[in-house]
Design a protein. Structure first.
Length: 270
């Protein structure tokens, strides 16, 4: 994987295909493999860039100067500058959509189109924020994700009826189990706290271009339910697509549907 040094840390990224640039922003706790079906499908026509979140995949530690989602947006712009990429089509899922929308608000001239998937630009409801913070404290204290917590955290990302013996589920669970103490304490937990204490930017959403923005959401997404996507699409004035048979990581749970929707959207906007 190619690497760029951003804020003093190595940021690894996928760079595959040629043509207009599509940048894919990943979910928290997922590496580049989250997008493998999309990388394969989109790179036939587009140059696909997938930066790995700090502490995820092969990327380095969360840089000390990372305090907010705006910093993640700024770091992505720094990557684009290093790659001499002027314009992108940005597809962000979960936290990828949270910093992705901020990047589009910060530098609208750089973003030809924006797809917000299974994400929310409001603040985290206080009850869920406190719940996630309690999980982070347990992980920090243990220096690992304890076995009982694996079976609390992993299901959050999938539709309720997923086969827990499936490769998709088991591979993700093993990935969570494999995080080192150093990664958890210095990158994963601080990044999680940053995500779930984010500021509400819903009032800025009408500034996004309704004609070049699309909101998508898994019909069975539990952490980011469709009602949140409906609210955002209403504020932006853009289309909303609900993804059947999919929870939070809709790109992996219903990849054929997602690929078709993205290819159709990009054909008109990239």
């Amino acid at each position: 994987m190619p690497v760029a040094v951003i804020d003093g840390q190595p940021l690894h990224y996928v760079d595959q295909g040629s043509g207009p640039v599509v940048l894919l922003g990943s979910s928290y706790l997922w590496d580049r493999d989250m997008w493998s079906p999309q990388i394969e499908a989109l790179s036939q026509q587009y140059r696909v860039i997938v930066p790995e979140l700090w502490g995820h995949g092969e990327s380095g530690q969360l840089p000390a100067q990372t305090h907010s989602l705006d910093d993640l947006a700024r770091q992505t712009l720094a990557l684009l500058d290093q790659l001499d990429i002027a314009h992108i089509n940005l597809v962000g899922l979960s936290v990828g959509g949270m910093w992705g929308a901020r990047l589009a608000l910060l530098a609208p001239e750089r973003v030809n189109s924006l797809v917000l998937m299974d994400t929310y630009l409001g603040a985290e409801p206080e009850a869920t924020r406190q719940y996630y913070f309690s999980l982070f404290k347990m992980i920090e204290d243990a220096g690992a994700i304890p076995e009982p917590l694996l079976d609390v955290i992993a299901p959050i990302f999938f539709r309720p009826g997923i086969d827990r013996e499936s490769a998709l589920y088991q591979d993700f669970r093993k990935q969570l189990q494999g995080y080192s103490r150093e990664r958890l304490v210095h990158s994963i937990v601080p990044l999680g706290r940053l995500i779930f204490s984010r500021e509400d930017v819903l009032e800025q959403l009408p500034r996004l271009d309704a004609d070049t923005t699309l909101v998508m959401c898994g019909e069975q997404d539990k952490p980011r339910p469709p009602a949140e996507s409906e609210e955002m699409a209403g504020l932006i004035g853009c289309s909303l697509i609900l993804i059947p048979q999919a929870g939070h990581i809709s790109a992996r749970e219903n990849p054929d549907f997602v690929n078709e929707a993205l290819l159709t959207f990009l054909a008109n906007h990239a």
